[in-house]
Write a protein that binds this ligand. Structure first.
Ligand code: MSP
Length: 511
């Protein structure tokens, strides 16, 4: 059967400092969606990478006394290594300093020139190097003689220079029509409304080249101008697919992108500029932009400039990668901000992973090992209590695909962890240990029903905690190929006669 294609991306990261929890969050979130689509039998392409041009990076290189290219090589490697540490399943890692990328950017630029959407003029206004963004005067506040963006809080500087402009203003109406026709182009809905209001309030033409520094892609046939880093960076989504070779398999299979996962700070670029560039260049815009909230430390966004960073590497060393993945996915989701702390992390590991899912697996596996020589056979028909329990579980699994396809990961996790809770309860209520001597058949049945649920829960949690769930699935002799969602169509996963392997402790309780 031919699989449907799904192209999912993370933002490409500025290699301007060490990776922090915000980066980890954005990447893991996209990874969870990518892994889910794979087990839902999609042909997935998952892209991440580094955004290496522009003044921000040039300045970071200067601070480190390195040539920008040498600096980028070094820090991009750190981000590439992070993909392994976070156990990301990305299929590609793109760097904007690669040849394949500049080729695509040149082509996009030329198309915008050909369509008459680019003209030469002079930019006079505010610019934030930290955001690589232009701001209107009504988005600026003054504090202690310095100017800051009200949107991001970053310091801005006054810029006056010759610049090429993109006719963003002429795309206002078409963008509004596009949002109207594609009502799930921006999720969550609150972000969609924000974007629509911003566009309705009027779009100004966008400066898309700079002349005051050199680190970037030159405007074709013009050595003086460097292409605006956001026009450059956004194009990575196309260059990874071999654009401008639109006959290439990757491009044919995967464009338009199914899902760009991004933080709310870069929503304007993805939801306004990006579709406008693409429409102007006669390229189909992506299907969806999902904008997640921020990881906060106390009340503030976690970021290097604010000095409130929780180091993901230290946390992974102490608690484990699956533990961090689960916590981040449960804590911050569906577009709202989430404050994280070690205390909450530990509570979450104990309540959901150690006491709930972990305990369920451990108690059932060791009971079967100790009382049934690791082998169980299902012979009886299901009882009324079994039926009631299975119905409850079915109710909880009913909307899981829908939740995930709407990026409602909170709801998804809640339902799955609830299945685990119910399975623990089912065992408590059915007390299989009391049947050891007088009704082995019934005991086998109960254990079989419970372990079938363990298999389901493990597959459903696999996109979030891949390492630990694979341990359970291996012990159940479920091979990688069988880790998929086919069981949602009422299929049982396990055979009636079952021999299980050993399972070590999955999650240590933190005291
Ligand atoms: N280089 C641009 C993206 C270009 S995409 C064509 C960029 N890079 S970044 O390194 O600053 O941020 C990468 C991602 O991390 C963004 O989605 C951003 O929202 C996210 N996060 C950075 N700090 C964050 C938090 N504190 N919390 C959650 N995510 C945040 O932007």
């Amino acid at each position: 059967m031919k699989k449907d294609n799904f192209f999912i991306t993370t933002p490409i990261y500025y290699p301007s400092g060490v990776p922090h929890m915000g980066h980890a969050y954005s990447s893991i979130l996209a990874d969870v969606f990518a892994r889910f689509k794979r087990i839902d039998n999609f042909n997935v392409c998952f892209l991440t990478g580094t955004d290496e041009h522009g003044l921000k990076i040039q300045k970071a290189a200067e601070r480190n006394n390195l040539e920008p290219s040498v600096y980028c090589e070094k820090i991009s490697k750190v981000f590439r290594e992070l993909t392994t540490t976070l156990n990301l399943s990305n299929d590609d890692f793109i760097r904007t300093t690669e040849k394949r990328h500049s080729k695509a950017v040149n082509e996009l630029w030329n198309r915008l020139v050909e369509s008459g959407d680019i003209y030469l003029s002079k930019y006079k206004g505010w610019y934030s190097v930290s955001d690589e963004a232009y701001y209107n005067s009504d988005e600026i506040v003054e504090k202690d003689g310095k100017k800051f963006s009200t949107f991001s809080g970053s310091q801005v500087e006054w810029v006056e220079e010759e610049s090429f402009f993109f006719k963003l203003s002429s795309w206002e109406k078409k963008l509004l029509e596009f949002y109207e026709q594609n009502d799930k182009f921006i999720l969550p809905i609150s972000r969609r409304n924000e974007v629509i209001n911003f566009v309705k309030s009027g779009l100004k033409d966008l400066s898309v080249s700079r002349t005051s520094f050199t680190w970037g892609i030159k405007v074709p046939n013009n050595d003086k101008h460097i292409i605006y880093v956001w026009l450059d960076a956004l194009t990575n989504y196309l260059s990874a697919l071999n654009f401008p070779n639109t006959n290439h398999e990757l491009y044919k299979n995967f464009w338009p992108a199914s899902l760009h996962v991004i933080g709310k700070d870069i929503l304007r670029f993805h939801a306004i500029y990006w579709p406008a560039f693409l429409l102007a260049a006669n390229i189909a815009p992506p299907i969806r932009v999902f904008s997640h909230g921020w990881i906060l430390s106390g009340d503030e966004k976690m970021s290097k400039s604010k000095g409130n960073i929780l180091n993901p590497l230290e946390i992974i060393d102490t608690y484990g990668i699956d533990e961090l993945r689960y916590y981040l996915m449960k804590e911050v989701s569906h577009g709202s901000d989430g404050s994280i702390s070690l205390k909450n992390l530990e509570e979450c590991i104990n309540s959901d992973l150690a006491n709930n899912y972990g305990n369920l697996c451990q108690r059932v596996f060791s009971f079967i090992k100790n009382n049934c020589e690791s082998k169980i056979i299902k012979t009886l028909n299901i009882s009324y209590a079994d039926k009631k329990f299975i119905e409850q579980v079915n109710l909880l699994t009913k909307n899981l695909k829908h939740d995930m396809n709407n990026q409602d990961l909170n709801k998804y996790i809640k339902s799955v962890i609830n299945i685990s809770f119910l399975t623990n309860k089912y065992i408590n209520d059915e007390e299989p240990w009391k049947l050891k001597n007088n009704n082995k058949e019934k005991m086998n049945n109960i254990l079989h029903i419970a372990i079938e649920q363990i298999a389901k829960i493990s597959i459903l949690l696999n996109p979030i905690i891949p390492k630990k769930t694979l341990k359970v699935l291996n012990a159940l002799k479920i091979d990688k190929k069988s880790v998929n969602l086919d069981f949602l169509n009422k299929k049982n996963i396990l055979s009636k006669t079952l021999t299980i392997g050993d399972l070590d402790i999955l999650f240590k309780k933190i005291s």
